[in-house]
Design a protein around this ligand. Structure first.
Ligand SMILES: [Zn+2]
Length: 403
């Protein structure tokens, strides 16, 4: 993004938990990546080649131009889709994510990029990759792999190549552009490897996944030992083998590889094994080093609420609510905590923000009205809800006037 023609442009990247092999860009700089595509990428440069291509579609305003030319897909439905995708991104419920993905596919299928758009996105995408220090030769390699993988999935599911038509000519064009650029060995970041390990640990039969990671580690056939061991612990927690998860976690920590993802898994492993206080303390230590890392923030609050430490959860969340953060997950935790504390006014006020951030204003307004009738809440809180209600109703009325 920083190396794109529009570094200041608003970009919002998100992942969709779906084994389909797909990625897409929407107007407004929304770039979605399916977990299936992440798993198909054999290197970070391969993933970067798709992301650079998508970024280029956004900076070159291909979608906006296409929509202007194509009346069937109105801007309104694109905006609705963006909201649905945003909701899915922050929603833990897979079904909502699946619906948004299906909607994305439906709209996407009407938005086939032209050859000219594809060529331009490849050209700009390659420039972004060079500036970012990735191996440009990963682009044709990955596109060819996508072509092979997508053939298997021709079942009507949205696929990357349906919207980004890949021709022999296009691959040849990419190859001729990069022929003078030398190959470069770009090691994958630890984060990329950990994310891939986590995704593969979550796919398919859990016991087979454990066996796969065991084999990989025994044969030392891995990119990074830490990532392989990390995947093994995720898989062990998935099958409920808490005892072995603990032992393997100790081996992983023995490698002395620093990562908030490994820290979060360490805390999770302790808590799963019944050592709740130790796990919470582990989270607190990790949060001191990485205070804004979502895996740690969400994991910690979730663990506090699960351990009936609700007042601590509320206090921790309060420290993060300055300036009304655009993170519905935080409000969802807040609503859960207030519900456990028997504070319906605050519970519904928090739920209203969950809905508002997910683009469902009528539901947000309803929650504020329920809060008003709840009977608790002090004078200051009640007037703040009244003000927020007026604000949301005005936005809602404005939205309804739009075509
Ligand atoms: Zn494309």
């Amino acid at each position: 993004m920083a190396n794109s023609p529009d570094p200041a442009g608003p970009f919002e990247f998100f992942a969709i938990a779906d084994s389909g092999i797909n990625a897409f860009a929407l107007p407004g700089g929304f770039v979605g990546v399916y977990s299936g595509l992440l798993l198909t990428a054999q290197s970070e440069s391969e993933l970067a080649s798709v992301l650079s291509h998508e970024i280029a579609h956004v900076t070159q305003r291909h979608l906006a131009r296409m929509i202007a030319a194509q009346q069937r897909v109105g801007l309104a439905s694109m905006a609705a889709l963006a909201v649905a995708i945003l909701a899915a991104r922050s929603n833990s419920q897979v079904s909502a994510a699946a619906i948004a993905a299906a909607q994305a596919g439906a709209i996407q299928s009407q938005l086939n990029f032209t050859r000219e758009h594809e060529r331009e996105a490849d050209r700009i995408g390659l420039q972004i990759m060079v500036k970012s220090g990735f191996d440009v030769h990963a682009m044709p390699v990955f596109f060819e792999r996508l072509q092979k993988a997508t053939r298997v999935y021709e079942s009507g599911a949205p696929s990357y190549l349906r919207t980004h038509p890949l021709t022999f000519e296009r691959i040849a064009d990419i190859q001729s552009r990069i022929q003078d650029i030398p190959f470069r060995q770009v090691p994958d970041s630890l984060e990329f490897q950990l994310v891939r390990a986590r995704l593969s640990a979550q796919e398919g039969n859990a016991r087979e996944v454990v066996a796969n990671f065991d084999r990989m580690i025994d044969a030392r056939k891995f990119g990074t030992e830490a990532a392989a061991r990390y995947g093994l612990v995720v898989a062990l927690l998935r099958v409920g083998d808490k005892e072995r998860a603990r032992k393997e976690m100790a081996l992983l920590q023995g490698l002395k590889v620093k990562s908030p993802m490994i820290d979060a898994l360490g805390a999770q492993t302790l808590i799963a094994g019944g050592e709740v206080e130790k796990g919470l303390a582990f989270y607190r230590d990790a949060l001191r080093a990485n205070p804004n890392r979502k895996a740690l923030v969400y994991g910690y609050v979730d663990a506090l609420i699960a351990a009936n430490r609700t007042a601590d959860a509320v206090q921790f969340l309060d420290g993060r609510m300055d300036g009304r953060p655009a993170d519905p997950q935080l409000y969802e935790f807040q609503a859960r905590a207030y519900s456990a504390l028997g504070k319906p006014f605050l519970q519904h006020r928090a739920l209203a923000e969950v809905y508002a951030l997910r683009g469902n204003l009528p539901a947000a307004i309803e929650q504020l009205q329920i809060a008003q009738k709840a009977g608790d809440g002090d004078f200051y809180q009640k007037s703040s809800v009244e003000a927020r209600l007026k604000e949301l109703m005005a936005v809602d009325a404005e939205n309804r006037r739009k075509p």
